[in-house]
Ligand binder design. Structure first.
Ligand code: BG6
Length: 489
């Protein structure tokens, strides 16, 4: 009978800023996510409109701070996980989750980010969540920072561009790893490679303060600070929690050459380096030669302290985690192919693949290829910490028939199975994304749903917030119960 390896960690994932809500409760400070504006689909005619809505500047931030509105700032209400977490964890346990990936809102613990003493109520909240998980037999996997830095650090320090953030972040890490010392699995930064794609949400860089050239330089400097902080966070976690495992977290898109022209193949290599350079530093502990050459050619010099390179070398990660949703084609001729949307990455259309309602190309074999690429490069255990299908679900008579999601997830799980048994990949686990419906990171909508559990709210936050099991709920329960063998029935 086909089964996944014993101890395989099946589960689901959410992030505090998209799930919790409770944005101003119990001493929480405002975060970069709380000023993220809702992209009202009725006002979007072109892609350019989306960027217009998502573009952030000081005036937009000031406007956001002045209002208590939650409709146009939906991450402020999330799906009210702050008050529903017990009920939700029970449902996850009913599905048999072995692991639940959550993140800690830094601004719940340090409201501005630069305080010396933590907010006890924030710490108590996460202590309660962890205790609940453990009581239900679920192992927590914590992302220390998932697109939710305290806003004051962005406004007053220019985010990770300022070296002082390393100390502020490490203070936060010391506090959470001491308090939440029962947690074995940790990730430092979500999609650490995303700073050039969204400088504000990832790095706290307010884009309008920089020229295009300055912004690129600032992103690389901020990247360096984040990577030093990540290495030291790994050290602290190992010291505070003996036996803990710390991973990096990358955005993995499988890229294919648009044609077999060698230039297109070379373009794929170059493209992948934008992600690999972060993994290479976190796994091998060194700046790779291709990144140093790139920085030199752009005349970018990263300011470093003398000990930085030793820190990177000494405190590397234990495993490599990543998100995978789709694949795309790449060419060195930008005008040959039609573009398709993706997880903050736009690629060319692949005629062999179907797309989701949001234009993301669906490609389970691409997941197997990504697993091979990452394992071949890093030789470290891998963990898929995000994967799933964002779709419009309909609640009819308290039921949701999401057979399309079951199909997507089944095919991806089978690809994982093949990667484990045919390719010899060491895969620790799988936490599908948004195991309960949450607010989308990209567009701030709730109608782009990923969950096994439907939450009754609409894009404007109207609804009862009641939870309903979708058809995929029972499907996943069975997958976990049989350790994957039901995938092959
Ligand atoms: C990943 C992020 O990039 O993609 C998540 O880590 C995000 O936070 C997920 O939610 C899916 O993207 P979206 O825009 O559909 O929510």
């Amino acid at each position: 009978m086909k089964k996944f390896p014993n101890g395989f960690l099946w589960g689901g994932a959410v992030a505090a800023n998209q799930y919790e809500g409770g944005w101003n409760e119990d001493g929480k400070g405002i975060s970069v996510a709380d000023v993220s504006y809702f992209v009202d689909p009725t006002k979007i005619k072109t892609k350019a409109d989306i960027y217009k809505y998502l573009k952030i500047d000081d005036a937009r931030i000031e406007e956001a701070i002045q209002t208590q509105d939650t409709v146009y700032y939906p991450k402020r209400h999330g799906v009210d996980g702050y008050h529903h977490y017990k009920e939700d964890i029970k449902l996850f346990a009913e599905m048999g989750f072995k692991v639940l990936r959550i993140s800690i809102a830094w601004s719940r613990i340090f409201p501005r980010g630069d305080e010396k003493e933590p907010n006890e109520k924030g710490l108590q909240f996460y202590q309660n969540v962890i205790d609940e998980c453990i009581q239900q037999g679920i192992e927590p996997l914590i992302t220390m920072s998932h697109y939710e830095m305290p806003l004051a650090l962005a406004r007053e320090y220019n985010g990770w561009l300022d070296r002082r953030l390393i100390d502020y972040f490490l203070n936060f890490v010391k506090v959470i790893t001491k308090r939440l010392c029962k947690v074995k699995y940790w990730l430092t930064f979500n999609e650490v490679d995303s700073i050039l794609r969204h400088p504000f949400i990832t790095g706290g860089l307010i884009e309008s303060r920089f020229t295009e050239e300055e912004l690129e330089k600032a992103c690389y400097q901020a990247m360096h600070h984040q990577l030093v902080a990540s290495a030291l966070a790994t050290k602290i976690t190992h010291e505070n929690i003996p036996g803990s495992m710390v991973g990096c977290m990358l955005t993995k898109v499988t890229c294919y050459p648009y044609t077999c022209h060698p230039n297109d193949v070379l373009e794929v290599h170059k493209k992948m380096r934008d992600v690999y350079c972060y993994g290479d530093i976190q796994v091998f502990g060194e700046y790779p030669a291709y990144l140093l050459s790139k920085l030199k050619s752009k005349d970018i010099t990263i300011q470093m302290e003398s000990e930085d390179l030793h820190i990177l070398k000494d405190y590397t990660v234990d495993f490599v985690s990543f998100s995978y949703y789709s694949s795309g084609c790449v060419s060195n001729n930008k005008n040959v192919g039609e573009m398709t949307s993706g997880n903050t990455v736009e690629e060319m259309k692949n005629p062999y693949l179907q797309t989701s309602q949001w234009g993301w190309q669906i490609d389970p074999i691409g997941l197997r290829i990504s697993l091979n690429e990452l394992y071949g490069r890093y030789h470290k255990p891998l963990f898929i910490v995000e994967n799933g299908l964002g779709a419009k679900d309909e609640l009819i008579n308290h039921q949701v028939d999401d057979s399309y999601r079951i199909h997507y997830l089944s095919e991806h799980c089978k690809a994982m199975y093949d990667a484990i048994y045919e390719d010899g990949i060491d895969l620790m686990g799988y936490t599908s994304w948004g195991c309960i419906d949450i607010i989308s990171a990209g567009t701030n909508q709730v109608s782009k749903r990923y969950g096994y559990i439907y939450v009754d709210i609409d894009d404007f936050g109207n609804g009862t917030y009641k939870r309903y099991k979708k058809k995929s709920f029972d499907w996943y329960r069975k997958v976990i119960e049989t350790n994957g063998s039901s995938l092959f029935d």
